[in-house]
Design a protein around this ligand. Sequence first.
Ligand SMILES: [Zn+2]
Length: 226
Amino acid sequence: MLHATRRLLLPLLAAVACLLLVGTARAETTPVEPYASYQPQTACAPKAKPGTVALGHWLVRTYGGGFGRISETCRGRSVSEHKEGRAFDWSLNALKTGDRTRAQRFLRAAFATGPSGEPAELARRMGIMYVIWNDHIYASYDQFRVRAYRSSSCKTLATCSNTLRHRDHMHISLIRPGGAGRTSWYVGRVPAARVRQATGSSEASVSPQASFQPSMSLAGRSPGPT
Ligand SMILES: [Zn+2]
């Protein structure tokens, strides 16, 4: 009986392993997505999207730190991708060397030139729209160049809370396809059925994609993403 179970189980495990390998290989050979344009939150759909969940767990598993929040209630007028379930707050403490190193390791990997020769390959495959960490922003529509960031709720940095300065977490906003798990990095990480489900629910309720206005400063939005 035990042998019979093992005879059935081993090929099954081998098949699962093959599927995972094929998924990863396919992700690496798919062309890298272009730099994402600015897609601000327009709908109230705070349920965590599957790509956001996969990215959050991967970050914690790979680098450490804590799984912060994804969803945010739709109260208030602030624009926040948390209200569409496509922003992840990675709990890290910028005052601790270990956490600063974790953040640097991820940012370096995300914005590095990848195996395809494309810059910021990982970030683009993940569908990252912008990252805010420790008073700085890295936006896809600015080729992830580092810029100083200050929340419009803060008159000066000295009077600004660690949360608004993004010193107790790293904020990562994804474009809608990233949140839905539809860009290449999520192949083999998010089941196809969940991708279809998330794509249907997020795209039915949003207005056409907004294009980024260079004059529109993220720091000028009120109160700014947290
Ligand atoms: Zn956030």
